[in-house]
Design a protein around this ligand. Structure first.
Ligand SMILES: CSC[C@H]1O[C@H](OP(=O)(O)O)[C@H](O)[C@@H]1O
Ligand SMILES: Nc1ncnc2[nH]cnc12
Length: 333
């Protein structure tokens, strides 16, 4: 036994062994209520600085999520669920992200509000790499038919999506802009911008051509990624308040004298962005905790909306579909 342990030491560094032991001993179920969900994007694969209380990997009616979900607790007792959108080792293409399973798993844990982090290209001069943006609008440029609804299979529903993000979540994040200012970066919001901030969601995985980048700018768009859809639509159907936090990594390819965007250029800013994302999240959680009713209200923001969004009369709803939807909207149909 001790010989086995010694040979493991030779193969793996002590820190790795300690890390895997701590993961192995975590509970794999969680029966409490998780209030906040966090989706980590490129470069943001784990939650730092909070006590981890469980790691779950639920099979939802739409399959398994992108990664196991880490459940952590703040010192004040708020539970936060963290999920890595592209998997822990970044193995999932934007078009392949199992967004339905991700959102369903978070909702089933009780999550009422999601903070979704994303690396984006900037389409405007004033949004510099490493600035953050709270978008208010989306233009859908996805092309490969990513599954974008929990409905179908005999049940038809149409969710309202005119304002795809949660203004209440955004206003809490706005109060934390000092976190970015302390490191010389900006948080761009409707207030700083004096109007909407539009996020283009392209299919990828290749970056845009220059002509596309110019076209998006002519549409008045501000930032571009490959991730917000269908995530935001599914959060809406699951009645979860959702806000994306865009972290600029590059100027895409509209600046004519500059090289086009590459993964290398993106990754050069990801480390600083992830550190700032952690700080912003910590400040936002503290902001939520100043008034317990804030989180409760966020969870109630969309409550009941999907009951009335379903147009299929009760007698025509297939039992199997109702059962599936019960996972995210229990007792609704
Ligand atoms: C690594 S550059 C392109 C990639 O980055 C963004 O991912 P995420 O939103 O998960 O941070 C973008 O949407 C693309 O998927
Ligand atoms: N320029 C860009 N286009 C699409 N997604 C991105 N993610 C980061 N930079 C991007």
């Amino acid at each position: 036994m001790s010989r086995m342990r010694n040979s493991a030491r030779l193969l793996f560094p002590r820190s790795f062994l300690q890390f895997s032991r701590s993961i192995m001993s975590l509970p794999t179920t969680f029966n409490g209520q998780v209030q906040i969900g966090v989706l980590g994007g490129s470069g943001f694969y784990k939650l730092e600085g909070l006590e981890t209380v469980a790691e779950v990997n639920p099979e939802t009616p739409w399959g398994f999520p992108s990664s196991p979900i880490t459940i952590a607790k703040t010192p004040a007792g708020t539970h936060v669920a963290f999920l890595a959108r592209h998997g822990l080792a970044h193995t999932i293409l934007p078009s392949e992200v199992p967004a339905r399973a991700n959102i369903a798993a978070l909702k089933h844990l009780g999550v009422g509000a999601i903070l979704a982090f994303s690396a984006v290209g900037s389409l405007q001069e004033e949004i510099a790499p490493e600035d953050f943006v709270l978008p208010t609008q989306i233009i859908d440029r996805t092309r490969l038919g990513r599954p974008n609804t929990f409905f179908g299979e005999g049940m038809v529903a149409h969710a309202m999506f005119a304002d795809p993000f949660s203004a209440n979540l955004a206003s809490i994040l706005e109060k934390c802009s000092h976190v970015l200012e302390e490191s010389g970066k900006k948080l761009h919001t409707t207030k700083t911008q004096k109007g909407d901030l539009t996020l283009i969601c392209m299919e990828g995985p290749q970056f845009s051509t220059r002509a596309e980048s110019h076209m998006y700018r002519s549409w008045g768009a501000h930032v571009i990624n490959m991730s917000v859809l269908p995530e935001a639509k599914l959060a809406r159907e699951a009645e979860i308040a959702y806000q994306m936090i865009c972290m600029a990594t590059d100027y895409d390819c509209w600046r004519v004298d500059e090289e086009g965007v590459t993964v290398e250029a993106v990754m050069a800013h990801v480390r600083n962005n992830t550190a700032n994302a952690g700080r912003l999240l910590k400040a936002a959680l503290e902001e939520f905790e100043k008034d317990a009713s804030v989180i409760e209200k966020l969870g109630q923001e969309l409550e009941g909306s999907m009951k009335f969004a379903c147009i299929t009369p009760q007698h025509a709803r297939p039992a199997a579909t109702v059962e599936k939807l019960d996972y995210i909207l229990p007792g609704y149909y």
